[in-house]
Ligand binder design. Structure first.
Ligand SMILES: CC(C)(COP(=O)(O)OP(=O)(O)OC[C@H]1O[C@@H](n2cnc3c(N)ncnc32)[C@H](O)[C@@H]1OP(=O)(O)O)[C@@H](O)C(=O)NCCC(=O)NCCS
Length: 175
């Protein structure tokens, strides 16, 4: 079932005031690394153009964070993708990434980079779907190894690149 067909979902770039609610969403999900509330405030204030939130009844139920690669501005590093447990399995995570790529602020993006833990099957499936949708390959590059994460029992984070991204309609995506 497609969430958009039954529920009104609003997608938009986050602003400073959303940082608190985004932090609460990540805390609630309890799977991703919970960064400080200040981190999410900074993301929303300074990197909002490369992030996206999904709202249902004015409540944030989905979030994707991203930033442009410092040495390649056309590469979008997609960091955390989070969907509230009650809204999963209905295409929301895919739509968050699709809407982000579709947004005017990211229309020049040609490559997505992300990292995926080997055990995170949902994340794998999500990014494979994104790669299929944009007609791109998904290739492994560098790795963030467990020994690099101090003080935690952290899995390897395998970096993937999805490129080249092709736009289907007048430089924009359609869902
Ligand atoms: C991963 C997550 C964001 C997916 O959100 P979602 O809205 O349910 O995902 P979508 O409905 O858009 O699904 C996208 C694709 O992934 C697949 N998928 C989603 N959850 C899956 C799961 N648990 N196992 C296997 N595949 C899964 C879907 O089937 C779909 O692929 P398909 O259309 O080819 O069948 C969500 O489960 C979540 O927030 N998990 C906790 C945080 C996390 O692990 N984030 C990812 C790493 S940053």
């Amino acid at each position: 079932m497609n969430l958009a067909a039954t529920t009104t979902v609003t997608f938009r770039h986050p602003e400073l005031e959303d940082g608190k609610e985004v932090w609460e969403l990540i805390r609630e999900i309890d799977v991703l690394d919970l960064n400080s509330s200040y981190y999410y405030l900074i993301l929303c204030e300074y990197f909002g153009n490369t992030c996206m939130v999904a709202e249902v009844d004015k409540e944030i139920v989905g979030f994707v964070s991203g930033f442009r690669h410092p040495e390649d501005q056309q590469t979008l590093f997609v960091w955390q993708v989070a969907v509230a447990a009650s809204q999963r399995g209905e295409g929301l995570a895919f739509s968050l990434i699709d809407k982000l790529l579709e947004s005017e602020e990211c229309e020049d993006v040609t490559t997505i980079q992300t990292t995926i833990s080997p055990s995170n099957k949902a994340s794998h499936a999500l990014f494979e779907k994104v790669a299929r949708h944009v007609g791109a390959n998904m290739e492994k590059t560098v790795r963030f190894l467990p020994r690099m994460f101090p003080g935690t029992d952290h899995e390897t984070e395998q970096t993937y690149e999805i490129k080249p991204i092709t736009r289907k309609n007048e430089n924009r995506f359609s869902i």
